[in-house]
Design a protein around this ligand. Structure first.
Ligand code: FUC
Length: 146
C-alpha cells in the first residue's frame, strides 16, 4: 500500500497517525526495536517493519509535542553497564532538534528492562519497528497541543 498526503511524512502509516491523533495529554507510545516483545505487551501493536526508530522519531516529533508537565517525557530501556547503544546519542540529537514543546529538558529517563516492559503495557500503543540495535526501545509521553 502506498500512502500519500501533503505535509505528512510518508513513514507515518494510517495506523500510526490514528494512534497519535487519538492519544491525549500524558498518553505514551512505545517504539520497540526488532527484538522487543511488542505483541506480548497486550497493547495495540502498530507494525513499522523495515523502519528504524530514528526515522520514526524524526517524523513523529514533527507532529507530536512532548509533555512539559513531567521532568523526562522520553524513556529508554536501560542497557547493561558499559554497553551504551549508539542509537541513544542519535535519539538525543533528534529529540533536541525536533522537540517543539520544550518538554525534553532533562535528558532521558532510563528504566530497567522489566520495569520498562510494565510501562510499555500501559502505553496507548506499541510500534513494532525494524530497528536492529539492541536496547533501542523508547517511550514518548505526549504533551498538550496549544
Ligand atoms: C534484552 C532486551 O530484550 C528486548 O527487550 C529487546 O527489545 C532489547 O533490545 C534487548 O535485547
Amino acid at each position: 500500500m502506498f500512502i500519500m498526503l501533503k505535509n505528512i511524512p510518508s513513514i507515518i502509516s494510517p495506523e500510526l497517525m490514528y494512534a497519535l491523533m487519538n492519544m491525549g495529554h500524558g498518553d505514551e507510545i512505545c517504539f520497540g526495536d526488532a527484538n522487543f516483545p511488542a505483541d506480548s505487551m497486550g497493547q495495540r501493536v502498530i507494525r513499522a517493519d523495515g523502519h528504524k526508530i530514528t526515522e520514526l522519531l524524526e517524523a513523529v516529533l514533527e507532529l507530536m509535542p512532548l509533555d512539559i508537565f513531567v521532568d523526562q517525557p522520553a524513556v529508554l530501556m536501560d542497557a547493561p553497564a558499559g554497553d551504551e547503544p549508539g542509537v541513544w546519542k542519535k535519539y538525543d540529537e533528534i529529540i533536541r532538534n525536533k522537540d517543539f514543546s520544550g518538554g525534553y529538558k532533562n535528558g532521558f529517563e532510563k528504566m530497567e528492562r522489566f520495569a520498562f516492559y510494565d510501562r510499555a503495557r500501559e502505553c496507548y500503543a506499541v510500534v513494532a519497528t525494524g530497528e536492529s540495535e539492541g536496547y533501542a526501545n523508547i517511550i514518548l509521553k505526549k504533551g498538550v497541543i496549544l
